[in-house]
Design a protein around this ligand. Structure first.
Ligand code: GDP
Length: 361
C-alpha cells in the first residue's frame, strides 16, 4: 500500500498526530480489517463516503477502503545528516516511503519547548529541507566515483552519471529534486536506484491552535511557504479528541471550531492529490472495495492492482460512474438507462468508476 513518512522537528506534534491516526484506524477496525505492523507504523483506511453508499446498495458483507501506511519517523534534528540524533538510521527509514509529510509547529503553548527557541514555521521548513538536501548530497557524493567509473566502460551508464551530476548541482543550490528536477531537465527515472529523499513528493501538515484554524490570513501565509496545494491545516490535539468520539459528536466538535473536514480526511485527500492517485470501486455481496491507482491508469492497469493475472488476461471492463449508478438506483437500472459502458484496454480510468472486469485466466 501507499506509504507516507511523517517527519518534523522534535515537539511539533508528530506523535500526537500519529497516535491519533492509529487510534482512528483501530476504531475503524470494528468495520475494517486493520493491522499495526510495527510500533511506528500504522495503516489507515481512507474515508470514502462513496464506498459506504455502494456497500449499502450491494448489501456487501465487508467494506475495504483504500489504505495509506503512515511511518512515524522520529528524530530528525538539525545535523541529522551528520549523524546528530538518530541520524542515519532515521534517514534509512524514510528512503522506503512514497512521500514525505512534514509536521510543522504553529501552536504556541509556552509549556512545550521548541528545539530552536521559538515557533517559526518558515525556519523549521528550511531546517528539515536542508537536512534532507544534505542527506541526498551525501548519497550522491558516495556514488559519483562509482558512476564515473561505470560510465567510462559502459556508455549506457553515461546518462545516469550526467543526471547524478546535475542533481548534485541542483541540491547544492538549495533546491529539492522534487521542486527543481523537471525545470533543470533531470530525468529522475535514471536516478530511481539511488532512493533520493528530496525526489519524493512532500506534504506539509501545519499543526495549529484550534482558534487559528479559521484565520484565513494565517493559513494563506503558511500555505505560501510551500506549494499551497500540498498544505494541510489541523490541530493535532483536536484530532486526538476526534478519534475518541462517535461520528455525530465528532462532527459537532469539528463544526464548533469552524471545520467541515477532519485533519485526517484532509490529509488523505491532499495525499492522494499530491501523489497523483485516484480510486476506483468494485462492489458485490462479499465486499465493497476501493482500489488505488495512479491518475491516467488504463483499464488493464487498474485490473492489475487486483491481480496481475487480471491485467494479463484483460478482455474488457464494465464501467459505470459512481454518480450515474447512484442516480439510477441499481446496476440493472443503470444498465437499462445506457449508463453502463463496455470499455476496452485503452480506456483511461476515471476517479469513482465502479467497475467489473472480464478476463481470461
Ligand atoms: P513530537 O516530538 O513531534 O512527536 O511531539 P509530540 O506529539 O510528542 O508533542 C509534544 C508536545 O506538544 C506534547 O506535550 C503534546 O501534548 C503537545 N502538542 C502536540 N500537538 C499540540 C497542539 O496541536 N497544540 C498544543 N497546544 N499542544 C500540542
Amino acid at each position: 500500500s501507499l506509504s507516507i513518512g511523517i517527519v518534523g522537528l522534535p515537539n511539533v506534534g508528530k506523535s500526537t498526530l500519529f497516535n491519533a491516526l492509529t487510534k482512528s484506524a483501530n476504531a475503524l477496525a470494528a468495520n475494517y480489517p486493520f493491522a499495526t505492523i510495527e510500533p511506528n507504523v500504522g495503516e489507515v483506511g481512507v474515508p470514502d463516503s462513496r464506498l459506504d453508499a455502494l456497500a449499502k446498495l450491494y448489501d456487501s458483507a465487508r467494506v475495504l477502503p483504500a489504505r495509506v501506511k503512515f511511518v512515524d519517523i522520529a528524530g530528525l534534528v538539525r545535523g541529522a545528516s551528520e549523524g546528530q540524533g538518530r541520524g542515519n538510521q532515521f534517514l534509512a527509514n524514510i528512503r522506503e516511503t512514497d512521500a514525505i509529510c512534514q509536521v510543522i509547529r504553529v501552536f504556541r503553548d509556552p509549556d512545550v519547548t521548541h528545539v530552536d527557541g521559538d515557533v517559526s514555521p518558515s525556519r523549521d521548513i528550511e531546517t528539515i529541507n536542508t537536512e534532507l538536501i544534505l542527506a541526498d548530497l551525501q548519497t550522491l557524493e558516495k556514488v559519483l566515483p562509482r558512476l564515473t567509473k561505470e560510465a567510462k566502460t559502459n556508455k549506457d551508464r553515461r546518462p545516469v552519471l550526467e543526471a547524478a551530476e546535475a542533481a548534485s548541482k541542483l541540491l547544492d543550490s538549495g533546491t529539492t529534486l522534487h521542486a527543481g528536477a523537471k525545470a533543470a531537465g533531470i530525468d529522475m527515472a535514471l536516478l530511481r536506484e539511488l532512493h533520493l529523499l528530496t525526489a519524493k513528493p512532500f506534504l506539509y501538515v501545519f499543526n495549529l491552535d484550534a482558534d487559528e484554524l479559521t484565520d484565513e490570513d494565517l493559513r494563506k501565509s503558511l500555505a505560501d511557504l510551500v506549494a499551497p496545494s500540498d498544505a494541510v491545516f489541523l490541530d493535532a490535539k483536536i484530532e486526538s479528541e476526534l478519534v475518541e468520539l462517535p461520528d455525530d459528536e465528532a462532527l459537532e466538535l469539528l463544526q464548533s471550531i469552524g471545520q467541515e473536514e477532519s485533519g485526517f480526511d484532509q490529509l488523505a485527500r491532499v495525499g492522494f492529490e499530491t501523489l497523483g492517485l485516484q480510486t476506483y470501486l468494485t462492489a458485490g455481496p462479499k465486499e465493497a472495495r476501493a482500489w488505488t491507482i495512479r491518475k491516467g491508469a488504463t483499464a488493464p492497469e487498474a485490473a492489475g492492482v487486483i491481480h496481475t493475472d487480471f491485467q494479463r488476461g484483460f478482455i474488457k471492463a464494465e464501467v459505470v460512474s459512481f454518480d450515474d449508478l447512484m442516480e439510477a438506483g441499481t446496476m440493472a437500472a443503470a444498465r437499462s438507462a445506457g449508463k453502463v459502458r463496455i470499455e476496452g484496454k485503452d480506456y483511461v480510468m476515471q476517479d469513482g468508476d465502479v467497475v467489473e472486469f472480464r478476463f481470461n485466466v
